[in-house]
Design a protein around this ligand. Sequence first.
Ligand SMILES: NC(=O)c1ccc[n+]([C@@H]2O[C@H](COP(=O)([O-])OP(=O)(O)OC[C@H]3O[C@@H](n4cnc5c(N)ncnc54)[C@H](OP(=O)(O)O)[C@@H]3O)[C@@H](O)[C@H]2O)c1
Ligand SMILES: CC(C)=CCC[C@@H](C)[C@H]1CC[C@H]2C3=C(CC[C@]12C)[C@@]1(C)CC[C@H](O)C(C)(C)[C@@H]1CC3
Length: 615
Amino acid sequence: MPTVKYQKGDTVMGRWPGSSLYYQVKVLGFDSKSQLYTVIYKDGTELELKEQDIKSVTGFQTRSRSRSRSRSPARRRSRSRSPARTTRRSSSRTAAAVAATAITESTPSSRRDTRLKDTVEVRLSPVVSAYAALSLSDYRQGKASLFSEAKVEAESEKNQGPYNLRRRKADGDAKPAEAKPDQPEKKAKEAEKLNLTKLILLIFLLFLVLPTGAYFWLLFLPAWVLFVILQGNLTDPSLINAPPPLPPLDTFWDAQALCFVILWILFQALLYILPVGKLSEGMPLRSGVRLKYRTNGFFAIMVSAIVVAVAVHQGADLTYIHSHFLQLATATFIISVLLSIYLYVRSRYAASEELALGGNSGNVVYDFFKGRELNPRIKNFDLKFFCEMRPGLIGWCLINFAMALAEMKKHNLDAPSYAMILVNLFQLLYVVDGLWNEEAILTTMDLMHDGFGFMLAFGDLVWVPFTYTLQAYYLVLHPNALSLPAVIAIVTLKLIGFYIFRKSNSEKNAFRRNPSNPKLSHLKTIPTATGKSLLVSGWWGVVRHPNYLGDLIMALAWSLPCGFSHLLPWYYMIYFIILLVHRDSRDMSECRRKYGSAWDEYCRTVRYRIIPRVY
Ligand SMILES: NC(=O)c1ccc[n+]([C@@H]2O[C@H](COP(=O)([O-])OP(=O)(O)OC[C@H]3O[C@@H](n4cnc5c(N)ncnc54)[C@H](OP(=O)(O)O)[C@@H]3O)[C@@H](O)[C@H]2O)c1
Ligand SMILES: CC(C)=CCC[C@@H](C)[C@H]1CC[C@H]2C3=C(CC[C@]12C)[C@@]1(C)CC[C@H](O)C(C)(C)[C@@H]1CC3
């Protein structure tokens, strides 16, 4: 019988995931199946840790005592309040003070420093000095609890630098960024609203989260793609009517379509591996390692555009894509299933630190759907990154272009309709922007946290190119005339959405990559126990997901050119609201788990999730 080393109620030192920092935690229990301990940190964050990430408190005492003698908290405090300190230094030290509440593992200093550099996003020297200045006994006496000290520091240093929590005059509001206590009735109303939203979300989430939900989604997602493709071919399509009768089985299959899809994927893979463009570093993994990614997506779409233009010039008939839409979708679906099987099988041989958190439930169907391995790679070829950014995304533009040609052919036009041009240009801009800023994808949830399985493989290869193109597909058979004022209004809406989307994504990406970036020094932040800070002003101070807000406004601008005769071209908008509300709530709980009370403070300061004053 294996013995359990730490018992419920024991106070031990738990390593913070992805770092070499240890915090005092209490053991809440042990799961013999997963061999994980559930522990709770002082700020209320609960995590599951492996036995090797836990140390007994006594192991840390000797080391820390020697440090505490030389640097007292008083000394540290007086030093830190020196008027001579610059703004920048104050900011890093505040963050460092939080990092300093953790105790590093007794490793050789060189190793410790490199790990810190990778995992704690504050400048190294202040972290080390502040770290050295704090003794374990201080920590254990509660003088430096996980967040209280950070708050005291931040409050005492108001107006001193970019990282304090007080708004400046320039912001047009001298109120501090911390939330004020609410009125009781207001709170009750909010709680009621929250409960209702939570209930609706819960029903939806049950399908997605429960292992049984995976069976549903595995069948539903492909069936839905088939449904919308068949609907798009009807004169009077409807999203709510019963599905049209299934065409004979042999209409789904076309060997030539399969060849085209394989050729397209291989062509994109070739462009991806070419030693052209930047090698970008991903975010640090749990092991501290940072993977490298070839971010040459813009180059890939440019070369693809030239090759397609030459092919059309040579007489290639791209309207084949419109007339064989169903067969192309079937072929791509087969490839996504084969890829998912491969991913699942190889994940069985992957080391545990290569697996994503979640997706390892032990339920084969659920794990197959969610994906187990975080960054499956064949040598340097990153399958998840490639699938997310290349064949489907660039394929989306190719299909839209083919739909424009099909519209011209069908209606004997010299040029595509305004509506078709707008849809094509808007979505092209979205994709080109995504590829131009390809590095930013490395700080998104999918790349950082999600395993690669059927959901993403199917999503990237089938869902994106065959459902995100529905507006263009719809317009081929259902033209919609647009007046000039309508065109101007829609273009304006698109540009507003794009501006919010791009600015907010770039702000977060730049901050995550370099928290001391001078261009961001005007922004206020909240430090967290992990060493990372949260932006609390700028776009991330307007709502908690400003990038989703911009994306939703753009989605509206994509559907408007198709008019209001049918629901089908509005499908993307409806789907996107559901997807983003779900992603937002998934991200909220993930961040709550990671950042504990700092996250709560952020949520109190930035009250709305996606739409200011609405949601
Ligand atoms: N067209 C589509 O189908 C589609 C679908 C989904 C998403 N998208 C778009 O893709 C982009 C990426 O979306 P995403 O879902 O991956 O979410 P995201 O908003 O890019 O990433 C969320 C992460 O950002 C960090 N973060 C949150 N609040 C922060 C703050 N105040 N300060 C600093 N960092 C903060 C957190 O990670 P860390 O703290 O761990 O860094 C959080 O987990 C978005 O623009 C979205 O609109 C498009
Ligand atoms: C199968 C289902 C229902 C869901 C799978 C979701 C998947 C299709 C999306 C998840 C993250 C999305 C995403 C983009 C495309 C669609 C997803 C892969 C994105 C690459 C589109 C272009 C943008 O500029 C972006 C910001 C790079 C997007 C990143 C997230």
